[in-house]
Design a protein around this ligand. Structure first.
Ligand code: FES
Length: 119
């Protein structure tokens, strides 16, 4: 795995997730650690999106929850989030931290800490 300091496609903040798009089924989500940061990858029909793998409620890993019909449900208190945007569905006011992502030649790279503020 490349570190955050490497240059991925000329973008120094992107780091290799170690996964290819084909490693994920459509409607599958998976937690990975990239440059020491927890990242949630969600494969949708229209591509892959990435979020910080932490629930905004109390910080538990969302990758331990469920992805059903485009909705991520945290296993701890069942807060629900739209898997495309990260917008809270219940409760509505919360939102996941969406991470910059690039898929090139099938390989997935993300900026795991775009603002360097980790919970
Ligand atoms: S920690 Fe996720 S809903 Fe409470």
């Amino acid at each position: 795995m490349r570190s955050i300091g490497s240059t991925w496609f000329g973008r120094p903040t992107l780091a290799d997730t170690g996964l290819c798009e084909a490693d994920l089924w459509i409607n599958e989500m998976r937690g990975v650690v990239v440059a020491g940061c927890p990242v949630l990858l969600v494969r949708r029909e229209d591509g892959v999106v990435a979020f910080r793998d932490r629930c905004p409620h109390q910080g538990y890993p969302l990758s331990e929850g469920e992805l059903t019909d485009g909705v991520i449900t945290c296993r701890v208190h069942q807060h629900r989030f739209d898997a495309a945007s990260g917008q809270g569905i219940n409760p509505f006011g919360s939102c996941l931290v969406r991470l910059p992502i690039v898929v090139e030649n099938g390989r997935i790279a993300v900026d795991p800490a775009p603002n360097k503020a980790m919970p």
